[in-house]
Design a protein around this ligand. Structure first.
Ligand code: UD1
Ligand code: CA
Length: 509
């Protein structure tokens, strides 16, 4: 079966998602179906696929971790009916309870889809195709099957010589010969609602797990001469079940491949798909470029022409057209068109860089608006601040926003020059066109066009080293220089000494 042949919708009376199992093999305090891949719970993925077939009603069977699952459901799919299965007596029992609960609001008649909660890669197209298959054949059951490289653990599809499905046998109950079968039960079915309801009454628990297996209805249908069909899926990966953390990582990688492939097909350049991780909610416009080792989480959006990466982690962040973002961690930030971020930059929630603004190397920002063409190029912290346009903030400037009890806000105007190593002690306002002297601790407002100097005057104590540190390397160097016996620049260069930083500590925009 190919997902793409599902062009028209067949009516679906109900969909039942099975999510009561403990997920013992996950070895987790979190219920299995709440584990996430690519920014959405497994249950959320399954519900999205199921909703794609437009079922009239949806039921989710909960059990282990009931409270957490129900809370999640209220948020993820509030229209779904939560059905509690007090003890996990098997998938057949779970469906029976779900049908009974759904029947309370009028008996379910027509196609009923059943999907396990731990098959997160299932596509809506496949669910639709399955429903259509049942509608067209009138079968009591169409089971979605797959040929898998390693069928261990799955129920096997037993067919007769003419290829008709006879039964589904669980791995633990299977004979050696049956275990050779590579066609497995995906756990996804389209049933005739009335027929599965009555067949379930006949399902016992006489098996290795003493559970009432849903797949046992296949044998019952066959015995009753009902039609059972199998729809073999093209790509087995779509129905890969997740029972442990190894399978969780594998499913995550498969979904990553699917999402990144779709992004590339839509016109985005992805230099290294294997190290590009994109959540389901991420949107990237054509002609953006994603460089290696880039993680895009949540509702991150990237506009056309932007370059993001290498080594970026963006969560709920908006990147404008032609912006450059590299080696950066950004959370809840808005990066404007043609803005520049990085390298080694941390933008926290509430950061907004306007057009052509810059947050350079080793800069952290939080709750800060940086106006158009303004730059914070090096080693600074900007917290709780508004910076105007065309302003430059010198290296090692700190917006001192926290007095130990409360956070305070600072304002910096347009065309301001903040000298290197200025401490802006909030709340403070620095007017348009003002300057601050390097090393200033600014505690008072600075009027427009003023220079704020707030630092001790320099005093040189002549001869201090030779007097107080006699015989030290420093004293010898000072003495040599003063007596004119110090080696020349050229001699020093010849000894391969490390370069001397001649800068006075100022920084350029
Ligand atoms: C099940 C199928 C198997 C199929 C495989 C596909 C049965 C008996 N076996 O095996 O044929 O190949 O899925 O992945 O159905 N659940 C409940 N209530 C219960 C038991 C399970 O809601 O009492 C839920 C689980 O939470 C899970 C799903 O049903 O989401 C499947 O249960 P699981 O224990 O994972 O079954 P498998 O052993 O994987
Ligand atoms: Ca399973």
């Amino acid at each position: 079966m190919s997902g793409s042949d599902a062009t028209m919708n067949a009516p679906v009376a109900a969909a039942i998602v099975l999510a009561a199992g403990e997920g013992t093999r996950m070895k987790s305090a979190t219920p299995k179906v709440l584990h996430e891949i690519r920014g959405r719970s497994m249950l959320g993925h399954v519900l999205a696929a199921v909703r794609g077939a437009a079922p009239a009603r949806v039921a989710v069977v909960t059990g282990a971790g009931r409270t957490a699952v129900e809370r999640h459901l209220a948020d993820a799919d509030p229209d779904a009916l939560a059905v509690f299965q007090p003890s996990q007596d098997g998938t057949g029992h779970a469906v029976q309870l779900a049908l009974a609960a759904l029947d309370e609001a009028g008996p379910i008649d027509g196609t009923v889809i059943v999907v396990p909660g731990d098959t997160p890669l299932l596509s809506a197209a496949s669910v639709r195709a399955l429903a259509r298959h049942r509608a067209e054949t009138g079968a009591a059951c169409v089971v979605l099957t797959a040929n898998v490289p390693d069928p261990t653990g799955y129920g096997r599809v037993v067919r007769d010589r003419s290829g008709r499905v006879r039964a589904i046998v669980e791995h633990v109950d299977a004979s050696d010969a049956e275990r050779e079968i590579t066609e497995i039960n995906s756990g996804v079915y389209a049933f005739d609602g009335a027929k599965v309801r009555s067949a379930l009454n006949l399902v016992g628990a006489d098996n290795a797990q003493a559970e009432r297996y849903l797949p046992d209805v296949v044998r019952i249908f066959v015995k009753d001469g009902e039609r059972v069909a199998a729809a073999l899926i093209d790509d087995w990966r779509e129905v890969a079940g997740v029972n442990d953390r190894v399978q969780l990582a594998a499913a995550d990688a498969m979904l990553r491949d699917r999402l990144v492939t779709a992004i590339m097909r839509s016109g985005v350049t992805v230099i290294d798909p294997a190290t590009t991780w994109v959540d389901v909610g991420v949107e990237i416009e054509p002609d953006a470029v994603i460089l290696p080792n880039t993680l895009l989480f949540g509702a991150t959006r990237i506009a056309t022409g932007a370059r993001v990466g290498p080594n970026c982690s963006l969560t709920d962040t908006v990147v404008g057209e032609y912006a450059l973002v590299r080696d950066a961690t950004c959370e809840g930030a808005r990066i404007g068109p043609q803005a520049q971020v990085g390298p080694y930059t941390y933008l926290r929630p509430g950061t907004a860089l306007m057009r052509k603004a810059k947050a350079g190397g080793f800069v952290e920002m939080k709750n800060a608006v940086v106006g158009e063409d303004s730059k914070v190029p090096h080693l600074s912290y900007v917290g709780d601040a508004t910076i105007g346009e065309r302003t430059n903030v010198g290296a090692a400037t700190v917006f001192v926003n926290y007095d130990g009890v409360e956070k305070h806000h600072s304002e910096v105007g347009d065309d301001v020059r903040i000298g290197s190593d200025t401490m802006i002690v909030a709340p403070v306002t620095i007017g348009d066109g003002a300057y601050t002297a390097a090393g200033s601790v600014v505690v008072d407002d600075v009027p427009p066009g003023a220079l704020a100097v707030a630092r001790g005057r320099q005093r040189n104590v002549e001869g201090w080293v030779e007097k107080r540190r006699p015989g030290s390397p420093a004293a010898r160097a000072a003495e040599a220089t003063r007596s004119g016996s110090r080696p020349s620049e050229a001699d020093r260069d010849n000894r391969n000494s490390p370069p001397v930083d001649e800068s006075g500590g100022s920084t350029t925009p």
